[in-house]
Unconditional design. Structure first.
Length: 144
């Protein structure tokens, strides 16, 4: 994806948009499959379980392009996503209940803030890699 979309931030937004649409589609699909026999929250959980795995693979391979540490990365990815959910809930509650701002515009602003925070969370937590040590130049100069 970074070959097509040159900026990592934009690639992150594209993958996030695709994953959001996928999550919506999966939720609607599970609602149709489960019908009235299950609470709607079950459809949301099933959709989330599928979409988080797909989001992880897409972000890992197309946006951050890392290798190794698969399980560690996935656990961190889920942690960052869960933190984003909690941040979304807290900030929206603050905006609407405490600051008495209108709910719909507040939700849009909060979701934007959470998306930015998620980018940095995934960049510096989920997919963080230690810098690769560069070999010293062959000039023969030594550090003191």
């Amino acid at each position: 994806m970074l070959r097509i979309v040159k900026r990592q931030e934009l690639a992150f937004a594209v993958v996030g948009g695709v994953n959001t649409a996928l999550g919506m589609g999966l939720t609607v699909m599970w609602l149709a499959i489960l019908g009235a026999s299950m609470p709607p929250a079950v459809a949301v959980v099933l959709a989330y379980a599928i979409s988080i795995v797909i989001a992880f693979v897409l972000h890992r391979t197309l946006v951050f392009r890392v290798r190794g540490h698969l399980v560690r990365d996935f656990i961190r990815f889920v942690g960052v996503n869960s933190g984003g959910l909690l941040m979304n809930m807290a900030l929206l509650s603050l905006a609407v209940s405490v600051l008495h701002l209108p709910s719909k515009p507040s939700a849009v602003v909060v979701m934007g803030l959470v998306a930015v925070a998620s980018y940095f969370g995934h960049r510096y937590i989920s997919f963080r890699r230690e810098p690769v040590a560069q070999p010293r130049s062959g000039s023969g100069a030594q550090r003191l």
